[in-house]
Every structure is written in C-alpha cells, then in structure tokens.
Design a protein around this ligand. Structure first.
Ligand SMILES: Cc1cc2nc3c(=O)[nH]c(=O)nc-3n(C[C@H](O)[C@H](O)[C@H](O)COP(=O)(O)OP(=O)(O)OC[C@H]3O[C@@H](n4cnc5c(N)ncnc54)[C@H](O)[C@@H]3O)c2cc1C
Length: 457
C-alpha cells in the first residue's frame, strides 16, 4: 500500500489530504520565511493514531512536522523538508480540571481560547497564563517554544508551568513524564529527573506531545494597568530593577512604536491585581509613588491615552497595538523577532532595533515583555510585509537576519527563531553543547524524521 493509503487506513479518508489546495495552506505561515511544500496533511484524533503515523513515518523515513495553531510566524510548523504535517487540532479534549491541585489536563490540540472559555464558564476563580497570540494558538505549541503569557512576571514563563506530559517518541513509544509516570495525578514535575526538558525548546524535533498538564492560578477580583511614559531609554534597567523590587506586578509590557505618535518614546505598562480592593489600591499607589525617584523623567499617563491603553491591554488576550500598526501595508504578512536580552542590554538593543527598522524602510514597532521577576526581557521587533510582493518579503527577511545578529551581538538569545536564526545561534554555541544536542536528537530520533531542518542543517 502507498503512503497515502496507509495514512487513510490510520485516520480515515476525511482526515488525510495530499490535495494541492490543502497542502498550499500548510506549506506557509504569515511570516517572511520561505514556503516549503508539505506532501501530506494528517489530522489525528487519538494517541494511538499518532503512534501509528509515527511508526509508519519512521519505517518509511518520512519527515513529520507537528503543528498546533501554526502561529509562531517564524516557519516553525512549516515542513522544511516536506513530508507529513501533523495537525493536532482534533485532539482537543479538556480531560480534567483539578481544582484543588490547580492544574488542567489537556490534549495537545486544546487552544488558548478553548481553555480560557472553559475556565470562565466552569471555574471562574481560576485562570491560566494566556499569551497575546490569537486564541486559536495551542497551549502545547506555546509551551514548546517557551512562550509567555499575562502572568509571566508573577508566575513564570509558560513552559515552567508544565506539571506533566504524554509524548510519542519518534520511534513510536508512548511515554509519560512527571508525577503522572508514577501516580494517577498530574500534579507535579518535581522531584523526578526533568525529562520534559527533552521536548521543551526543541521545536518538535524530539517527539510529539499528546497530553499536557498545565498549572492554573487564582483569578483576581480586581485587575488594572498603569501607563508610564519616558523619553530616557538609559533609565530602563534601573527602573525595571526598582519596579520589580516592589514584587507586586502580574506583568509588565514595554511598548515603543512610531505609530500612533503618542506611543513613541517608551511606555511602561505594569499590570496589577488583587482579591481585595484595599490591597489593589495600595499596589497601584506604591507603583505610582515609585515615580518620585524619577521625577520629570518617567511620568504617569492619565486621561484618554491611559483609557486607550486599558481598552487594548487589559482584555485577555489583549489587542496588540503592534499588530494594528503591522497591518499598515495591508499585505497579510507579519513577523516579529524575539530576542531575549539581559536587562542591562535592553537600551542598546532598542536603539539598534530602531536603526535596523529605519534602514529597511519600516516604522519601528517594539513590544517588550518582562520575563519573571525582572530576570530578562523579550525584545520583540515587529515587521509588517506584503506577502504578494517578493521584494518586500525578501527585505523583511534581511531585516530579521540583521536583527537576529544584533541580538546575539548584545549577548541575547533568539526566541522562537526561524531556521536561519537557529543556525546563527548554533554558530555561536559552545561545541560541547552542540554535540550534546546532536547526541540527544540521535538517541531519540535515529532516522531524523522529526521536524527536520530545525536545530540541524
Ligand atoms: C499577534 C500575535 C501575538 C503573539 N503574542 C505572543 C505572546 O504574547 N506570547 C507568546 O508566547 N507568543 C506569542 N505569539 C507567538 C505564537 O503565536 C504563540 O507562542 C503560540 O502560542 C504558538 O502556538 P501555536 O499553537 O501556534 O504553535 P505552532 O506554531 O503550531 O508550533 C510551535 C512549535 O511547536 C511544535 N509543536 C506544535 N505542537 C506540537 C506537539 N504536539 N508536539 C511537539 N511539538 C509541537 C511545532 O512543530 C513548532 O515547532 C504571538 C503571535 C501572534 C501572531
């Protein structure tokens, strides 16, 4: 039987395609990376189906690229070497919410929006840390790339919130990781050896996650944001240090963009919350009082611009101002580079990002996310592009390459890097680290079938 026939036998005719019009969609994303043609799209429903697909792919040495929402914008779920795109969206069961131990057990296709709505409806006193990404992004896709959500300062980045996983190894074994490997409860990752590190950050090159247990957090009764503005970039590291010493924020965004004009300069947007009104007001007051130390240099924004910021940034997920601006070209394309940078290097990275944007004829669109309690900053520089204009796409690709080099030059690392960005990191990497990565990949995936072209040539 041919490959198509074998896949039909596993998932049924309705859930396999080798038709051009469907392959077209799965062969590209909204970013500036080159399209790469998929040979088959398969949409499994169960872990047994995933296992059979992987066994077939491993036997026939066909690449498999797992895909959640396909929304990283950097081509990570585009099949660089062709083969099967494994669209996980039908594995969409919310299996359990453990209210007392505060976790959600989910299949890999559960989206951010689905978990959010389920909690709103059934457990309104609990929430998960939700990225700004469109609601159809999956929880698993976000964990794999080590993304961040609206609780990233108070509770950590999203891959740190994983209690357990079920994975299908590239050789077909189904493996449980975390407390679920010894207990019916998916309540903790510690104190066992942390095997989840074999799947987080690897961009689908080491196996397919089929279930995940994600931590939930108390949902506050009150939540608000403050908007501070400044023109003095050099103050940023000290201000971040001081504001994180208060240790009272859920989150902190920094926005600086050419359009609209009031968002030029630097806008600091701390988000605070509380269960009690008095505590809530006090938290806001303490943040505002911090500005005394920065008198005349960092000021509170009030009135219509503060309300505008509230409207945009308080909903979960928020309206991303950068995305509104990114539509400027109306070309359906958008990609942002995400450099994770030490706090003291953020001013230099910002200045150089603006220079790069202008060099490539783009307005600057900087959207920063503080990670954990001020330990690093995700510095996102967004580019909009007209996907119908090859020259424009090429220009943005070059701008991204230059931004990536700049981030590495200031001592940062690249987040959710497209394949050329991954190669830039590998060029700088300690050779023993590269060898260890290669050995891990070879041990797990001897035939190199998993999302090849990522973390490799
Ligand atoms: C407007 C906008 C705003 C955004 N804001 C944020 C933000 O605030 N925070 C943030 O973190 N991100 C953000 N993103 C980036 C991205 O969309 C999210 O991180 C998103 O959660 C990625 O999930 P996904 O399901 O789209 O992943 P995909 O793109 O489908 O996959 C990501 C990677 O994971 C792998 N993968 C997917 N499923 C599996 C699986 N089951 N097993 C193994 N590997 C798998 C893929 O092969 C790929 O390498 C934003 C994107 C956009 C467009």
């Amino acid at each position: 039987m041919d490959i198509y026939g074998s896949l039909v036998e596993i998932v049924g005719e309705e859930f396999v395609s080798d038709q051009e019009e469907e392959l077209y969609i799965y062969s590209r994303d909204s970013g500036a990376q080159q399209p790469r043609k998929a040979d088959y799209v398969v949409v499994p429903k169960t872990v047994e189906e995933v296992q059979k697909i992987v066994l077939l792919a491993n036997k026939e040495k066909i690449p498999v690229t797992p895909m959640g929402g396909g929304l990283t914008l950097s081509g990570l779920a585009v099949p660089l070497k062709g083969g099967i795109v494994l669209d996980m969206k039908r594995m969409d069961r919310i299996i359990e919410i453990n209210e007392k131990s505060k976790y959600a057990l989910l299949e890999a296709g559960v989206t951010q929006g689905a978990l959010y709505s389920h909690l709103q409806k059934n457990y309104p006193h609990l929430e998960h840390s939700m990225p700004d990404a469109p609601p159809m992004a999956t929880i698993v896709g976000n964990v794999v790339i080590q993304g961040h959500g609206h609780l990233s300062v108070s509770c950590g980045i999203n891959s740190q919130m994983v209690n357990g996983m079920e994975v299908v190894l590239p050789t077909g074994e189904v493996c449980k990781l975390g407390s679920c490997s010894v207990s019916p409860y998916w309540f903790t990752r510690d104190p066992l050896p942390d095997l989840m590190g074999l799947f987080i950050g690897w961009l689908g090159t080491t196996g397919i996650i089929t279930k995940i247990a994600l931590q939930l957090f108390p949902k506050p009764k009150f939540r608000d944001l403050l908007t501070f503005t400044s023109n003095e970039l050099d103050l940023l590291p000290d201000f971040i240090f001081d504001i994180t010493q208060l240790n009272l924020m859920d989150n902190l965004f920094i926005i600086s963009q050419e359009w609209p004009p009031w968002a030029q300069g630097i806008l600091y947007v701390p988000i605070v919350s509380a269960q009690d009104e008095e505590e809530f007001e006090l938290k806001k007051k303490l943040h505002i009082e911090l500005l005394r130390k920065y008198e005349g240099k960092i000021t509170l924004v009030e009135g219509k611009h503060a309300d505008r910021m509230r409207e945009a940034r308080l909903p979960v997920p928020p309206v991303t101002l950068g995305v509104m601006a990114a539509d400027a070209k109306q070309g359906g394309g958008f990609e942002y580079t995400g450099g994770i940078v030490p706090i003291e290097k953020v001013p230099e990275a910002s200045t150089r990002s603006v220079e790069i944007a202008h060099k490539y004829g783009q307005p600057y669109l900087l959207g920063y996310q503080l990670l954990t309690s001020g330990h690093s900053m995700m510095c996102g520089l967004a580019y909009c592009l007209n996907r119908a204009d090859d020259e424009d796409v090429e220009k943005v690709r070059n701008a991204i390459d230059e931004t990536n080099k700049m981030i590495l030059d200031v001592g940062g690392v690249l987040w959710k890097a497209e394949a050329p960005g991954q190669r830039l990191m590998v060029q700088k990497m300690d050779p023993n680290t590269i060898n260890l990565m290669k050995r891990v990949m070879k041990a797990l995936d001897p035939n190199a079938i998993m999302n090849p072209g990522n973390w490799s040539e």
